[in-house]
Write a protein that binds this ligand. Structure first.
Ligand SMILES: *Cc1c(COP(=O)(O)O)cnc(C)c1O
Length: 387
């Protein structure tokens, strides 16, 4: 295994460090707060919210994780190709050919409605099929609604080799502790499960909780499905319940120049220096997921201090004002997201600035940004440009 300087010598000095020990600690912290008999499904869709699903799934194999959840079949197959042997549940809608491929790779299907169930029931005439059945308890998106349950029951009865391992639902607003909708959804889920039971359809397991519900101790059934909490972002709207952040996105000062007052900076000349200024250019841009909406708005950390983004964020470059950081020098580390010294650009801060949620900020860090995985023994880097 190469040492860090050697790994990073051939690439632009912009990468996202992912702390695998923090991930382990977060998994353990979530597992430890679950009641007896409730187990963790680690949601690693969208490349583990940008953190890298393969690396994190490998860590899940060393811990008390029951299952991994993805949105896409492709995501599940990537995990299988990389030696992940944990059960994998695909929660997004699948078309028939995908569904057959999923079964060939021992991937469990989340069935979002009667249309997909019809295909599954047909396939289950030839082979054993295990599914988790999604119930819409109020979100109006995926899952079968009450009026569809007779058809759902009929389809399941018609397919003796179809095994419904679990029924599940998803909360729309569990992050808001004041909203009674979560409890209403839970009651509705229980009612619909009971309706199916009366129609002769039962499942041995149930699950509903996302990160927000899990952190609130609302963990009905046999599994929780947590995503965002595993990555150390706060899942609740108002309380600071976050675990440890894993991701630290850093770059370096690539150019540093003195500019006189009145000098323009960047496309559209949206910024002009008001004083004699030291302007640093960073080798990162919106193509890397540093949002263009952070133009003249974002802040980054240099030598543990905040420096403002000045001018427009370009595709490959960002300019910052380091006039007030007297010792800032060429090659200094610059943190875009995460901590440096005693300060931190938290994902919650960036999300608020961008008028979005932490999930989108994580998912925005593009595939062009290499991920550098570190643990106690090891550092290795994954880039799109690997041979
Ligand atoms: C993404 C997802 C989760 C995890 O949500 P978090 O808020 O990240 O914990 C749980 N269930 C379903 C169906 C999902 O799509």
């Amino acid at each position: 295994m190469s040492s860090l300087p050697e790994l990073t010598r051939s690439i632009r000095p912009t990468w996202a460090e992912i702390d695998l020990r923090a991930f382990d600690a977060n998994v353990d912290a979530i597992v430890s707060r679950l009641p007896d008999g409730v187990r963790l499904i680690a949601m690693l869709k969208a490349d583990a919210y940008g953190h890298g699903a393969v690396e994190l799934a490998k860590r899940c194999m060393t811990r008390n994780v029951a299952m991994i959840g993805t949105a896409l079949l492709e995501e599940a197959l990537e995990l299988r190709r990389n030696g992940i042997t944990l059960p994998i549940l695909v929660l997004g809608p699948l078309k028939e050919p995908q569904l057959r491929i999923a079964l060939d790779h021992d991937i469990i299907l989340g069935v979002p409605g009667p249309e997909e169930l019809e295909i599954v029931a047909r396939v289950a005439k030839e082979r054993d099929v295990a599914v988790h059945l999604k119930i819409d308890s109020g979100m109006g998106r995926m899952g079968s609604v009450e009026t569809e349950l007779p058809r759902v029951a009929e389809l399941i009865r018609s397919a003796p080799r179809l095994r419904v391992d679990a029924m599940y639902t998803h909360f729309a607003n569990a992050g808001d502790t004041a909203d009674p909708f979560t409890n209403e959804q839970l009651a509705r889920f229980n009612t619909l499960v009971e309706t199916l039971r009366e129609a002769g359809i039962d499942a041995p397991r149930h699950h509903a909780a996302n990160s927000a519900a899990t952190m609130r101790g609302i963990t009905p059934g046999d599994f929780v499905r947590t995503g965002i909490a595993l990555f150390g972002a706060a899942p609740l709207d108002r309380e600071a319940t976050r675990l440890q952040p894993l991701l630290r996105w850093r770059t370096e000062i690539a150019r540093l120049k003195e500019l006189p007052p009145g000098h323009a900076i960047g496309y559209g000349t949206t910024f002009r220096t008001k004083r004699a200024s030291r302007i640093a250019t960073l080798p990162v841009g919106y193509a890397d997921g540093y949002d263009r909406a952070l133009s003249n708005k974002g802040e980054v950390l240099v030598r543990g201090k905040r420096a403002p983004v000045v001018g427009r964020v370009s595709m490959d470059l960002v300019t910052i004002d380091v006039t007030d950081i007297a010792d800032a020098a060429l090659g200094d580390e610059v943190v875009l997201l995460g901590s440096q010294g005693s300060d931190e650009i938290a994902v919650e801060e960036l999300a608020a600035k961008l008028d979005t949620i932490t999930y989108e900020v994580f998912c925005s860090v593009s595939a062009r940004v290499p991920r550098l995985y570190t643990d106690a023994h090891d550092a290795r880097i994954r880039t799109r440009f690997d041979a």
